[in-house]
Design a protein around this ligand. Structure first.
Ligand SMILES: Cc1cc2nc3c(=O)[nH]c(=O)nc-3n(C[C@H](O)[C@H](O)[C@H](O)COP(=O)(O)OP(=O)(O)OC[C@H]3O[C@@H](n4cnc5c(N)ncnc54)[C@H](O)[C@@H]3O)c2cc1C
Length: 413
């Protein structure tokens, strides 16, 4: 078979993608159907990914990483999401924070406070959304109080993927109880610290293995060296080294869910997984057209995703350079409606919308079978719904793009 697509990746990116495949295959055979929906944190798969070096795959070799590009990471997330969307979602939250360790942490932090994370031994949660933030993950109600021995973090996070199982929480919070919502710093807080309270169990429509429960942080003390830069640099750091990766990673996960559903339909229709007269069925023009339409949607979404991943990779050294000359804060604050951010929002919104449509079509092509619990498309249909409500929810993302196009102040201004 021609493998022209593989040539579009660099040699290193191709290697990372192959590693993702072989690691997942070693645990679950890599077969879409071999990995049943998980109702609890997917410990086995996460442990395999950790020991294969996936937690710090984007770090340089100095820290035992593989220097994987954002594009390589999106390839891994897409591949993984088709098999286990919950695992891919957990990993995306972790990956969305890792660039802060690569680009914004000091060498001292990487050698000390953040050592286990940069060496790929710790799993992170991105605890950003708050009950009052309405998806504006750059505006915080939570705050810290500076103490002699550290920062006391007080906040109420509404959804924290992997809350009970991660090693650390990444938390943006106002730098004092009286600071403005955007005047934030970014902190790392060790899980299990006194004052952390998990709120109930995760019982959800989909993504049932993510354990995305609310968590209360009541004056949780974190050491001073667990803050990235600061004070007051959190908005810019998050705009440069967290949100772009989160948006592209999120799109990659939902692209993977849609690709998974497409593959199930393709297998079912071509009779490879079902010998119940599929050949008569596939001669129907409507079936062929729908499948062709799904394929085109997936390709369009993928093209946007690849472009955005490359943009994010190109942005990192520029932002790091600005950070090194103390200009990142002003550049981000003055350019937050730059095309770069708008393109990333559009990628999130478009890919999440398209993935919903593709999985709906997969459902309709599979018919009654896919209505039964345990059918892969039934699961993917529930899982895919989360993408469009994940922050910024699609209507909010679209509104932000519209405001930029019309030159109207954004909702944070
Ligand atoms: C499975 C799952 C896992 C998650 N994991 C995490 C995590 O690990 N970390 C994290 O920080 N967050 C996480 N979240 C939270 C997520 O990112 C969103 O913040 C959250 O889903 C928003 O939900 P909400 O109910 O607060 O929505 P709201 O902000 O209340 O919005 C509800 C709806 O109102 C509409 N709406 C809201 N504001 C506007 C507006 N200004 N204009 C037009 N329409 C508007 C939108 O349609 C939106 O969908 C997770 C969510 C889910 C579902």
């Amino acid at each position: 078979m021609l493998n022209i697509k593989a040539i579009s990746l660099t040699r290193e990116e191709g290697k990372v993608r192959t590693l993702a495949r072989t690691t997942v295959e070693a645990v679950c055979g890599g077969d879409l159907h071999a990995w049943p929906e998980t109702e609890s944190f997917p410990r086995e798969l996460m442990a395999a990914l950790k020991s294969a070096g996936f937690y710090n795959i984007g770090m340089s070799e100095d820290y035992g990483g593989k220097n994987a590009s954002t594009l390589a990471i999106t390839e891994c997330l897409t591949y993984l999401a088709a098999i286990c969307p919950s695992t891919a979602s957990i990993l995306n939250m972790h990956y969305s924070v890792m660039p802060l360790f690569k680009w914004a942490a000091t060498p001292e932090q990487r050698a000390g406070a953040f050592k286990s994370t940069v060496e790929g031994k710790a799993l992170l949660a991105a605890a950003t959304s708050e009950k009052v933030s309405r998806g504006r993950v750059w505006h915080m109600d939570g705050y810290v109080e500076e103490r002699e021995d550290g920062f006391a973090v007080t906040c109420s996070k509404s959804f924290v993927t992997g809350a009970r199982d991660v090693d650390y929480f990444y938390i943006p919070a106002r730098r004092s109880p009286t600071s403005a919502p955007r005047d934030i710093d970014l902190f790392l807080v060790r899980n299990g610290s006194a004052g952390i309270r998990y709120q109930g169990d995760w019982r959800a429509h989909g993504l049932r293995g993510t354990g995305s429960i609310p968590v209360e942080f009541d004056q949780v003390l974190t050491p001073k060296d667990h803050r990235f830069k600061g004070p007051g640099s959190g908005f810019a750091l998050s705009g440069a080294f967290h949100l772009p990766y989160y948006l592209v990673g999120l799109a990659a996960v939902y692209q993977g869910i849609a690709e998974g559903a497409y593959k199930v339909v393709q297998q079912q229709l071509s009779g490879s997984s079902d010998a119940s007269g599929a050949s008569a069925y596939i001669s129907d023009n409507h079936i062929q057209r729908t499948l062709g339409d799904m394929k085109s949607q997936l390709l369009a979404a993928k093209a946007l995703l690849v472009r955005s991943a490359r943009l994010v990779d190109a942005s990192a050294p520029v932002f790091a350079e600005l950070l090194s000359v103390d200009s990142l804060d002003s550049v981000i604050a003055n350019n937050i409606d730059d095309d770069f951010f708008v393109d990333l929002l559009a990628t999130k919104s478009f890919v999440c919308r398209t993935s919903n449509e593709v999985v709906e079509k997969a459902f309709s092509l599979c018919g009654g079978r896919a209505f039964r619990s345990g059918h892969k498309v039934e699961q993917l249909l529930r899982d895919v719904k989360a993408g469009s409500v994940m922050a910024p929810a699609n209507p909010v993302a679209d509104m932000m793009i519209g405001k930029q196009v019309l030159n109207i102040p954004q909702i944070w201004e």
